[in-house]
Design a protein around this ligand. Structure first.
Ligand SMILES: [Mn+2]
Length: 379
């Protein structure tokens, strides 16, 4: 069986003041072209179809068109809802669409029956597990001990009663321990959502969504990543469609087909004079790309955002990397990941700035306890 794997379309997403809908329509066209060439037997959409649980009418229209055209090219389309989706709204009409080969996970009700798909070797069982939270599963199984996301997913998989001798595929939306994240995901802090990869050992392939950077967690467990860059932390990422082939013995081959966006997302860096010099940008696509600009000038430039947006038509934000911002604790040095900071680190920075000294052990414990409490309440 040949398949394509997509996730985290986030249709309707905005980047600061820009609607990304044109970029999304463009990339969905590209995906349809790839699909037409690859001729897969199945397509997996692993959650976060929309960016919001109540998507705008324009976003719904874009997905409706994509789904109709995708299902004309692919015999079986499978989709699950992600944390950004409303599971019930995404599932609307799902039972009717079964007849057209479009299989949508219903909102999780404690039982998941596989969808059997035939290929020339026999049956492949496709299991659809939407994004689930521990509290939700606990309500369905009050007698079970479910303290974490990992417990919830373990139970959901146990209740699938999988036959490991058959070929099974799981499509789901969750966070595997150790996966590399980016700025555009909304994930609970401190590893709360982590699910160990070992839970998926009975699946010939696990098609994941939730993490936006494409990556394999193991040879058979993979995030295909978003079709577009959704934050500047992804500026250097390469987006793609994952194409897989499963043979009769459960042997799996995976490859990627690159996705080239309508507009790229780039972070530019230099002095004001450098980044506004024609020679800097003339042989690039940057004037039509989404840009974030880091200026190294020591002095603030008056009306800098207005001036930069004359040159860079999809300019978003400017920041200074200079003696002042560094003394304030910002780190814009090349390659520094601005996002990879825990809430505790951020609070420690704030404390240092306000008090000119570090928190002591007791104060730190108060903050850690408070952060834990916030986290537990939001799960
Ligand atoms: Mn997502």
């Amino acid at each position: 069986m040949k398949f394509i794997h997509l996730s985290d379309l986030h249709i309707g997403k905005r980047l600061y003041e820009y609607s990304l809908l044109e970029d999304q329509k463009y990339i969905l066209e590209e995906i349809l072209k790839i699909t037409e060439q690859e001729k897969p037997d199945a397509a997996f959409l692993a959650g976060d179809i929309y960016d919001k649980s109540i998507p705008g009418a324009d976003a719904v229209a874009v997905f409706d068109d994509f789904l109709v055209r995708l299902s004309a090219l692919v015999p079986e389309v499978f989709l699950v809802s992600g944390n950004h989706d409303s599971a019930a709204r995404v599932a609307f009409g799902g039972r009717l669409m079964e007849k057209s080969g479009v299989h949508i996970s219903p909102a999780y009700d404690g039982e998941i029956a596989p969808v059997p798909v035939q290929d020339s070797f026999g049956t492949v069982n496709i299991y659809l597990l939407p994004y689930i939270k521990p509290g939700q599963v606990k309500q369905l199984y009050p007698e079970e001990e479910i303290l974490s996301f990992a417990d919830a997913v373990r139970l959901a998989i146990k209740n699938m009663h999988i036959n490991p001798k058959e070929r099974n595929i799981l499509v789901t939306h969750l966070c595997v321990t150790g996966s590399i994240r980016s700025e555009s995901e909304e994930i609970y802090i401190g590893g709360v959502e982590d699910v160990p990869e070992s839970l998926f050992s009975n699946f010939a392939y696990t098609a994941l969504g939730h993490i936006h950077r494409p990556q394999s967690c193991s040879p058979r467990v993979r995030y295909c990543g978003t079709p577009l860059k959704y934050s500047f932390s992804e500026a250097k990422d390469e987006k793609s469609v994952t194409v897989g082939e499963l043979d009769g013995e459960g042997g799996l081959t995976l490859r990627t087909v690159p996705l080239i966006p309508l507009r790229d997302m780039v972070e530019l860096r230099g002095s004001y004079e450098e980044v506004t010099a024609r020679s800097f940008y003339e042989n690039t696509s940057w004037q039509e790309d989404y840009t974030r600009i880091i200026l190294t000038d020591e002095e603030d430039i008056p009306d800098v955002a207005g001036r930069l947006s004359v040159i860079y038509h999809y300019f978003t934000r400017v920041a200074y990397d200079n003696t002042r911002t560094r003394s304030e604790g910002f780190d814009f040095s090349a390659g520094a990941d601005l996002t990879d900071r825990s809430p505790l680190d951020l609070y420690a920075d704030l404390y240092r700035q306000q008090n000119g000294q570090e928190m002591d052990a007791e104060q730190e414990k108060i903050i850690i306890d408070m952060l834990k409490k916030i986290q537990e309440e939001s799960v």
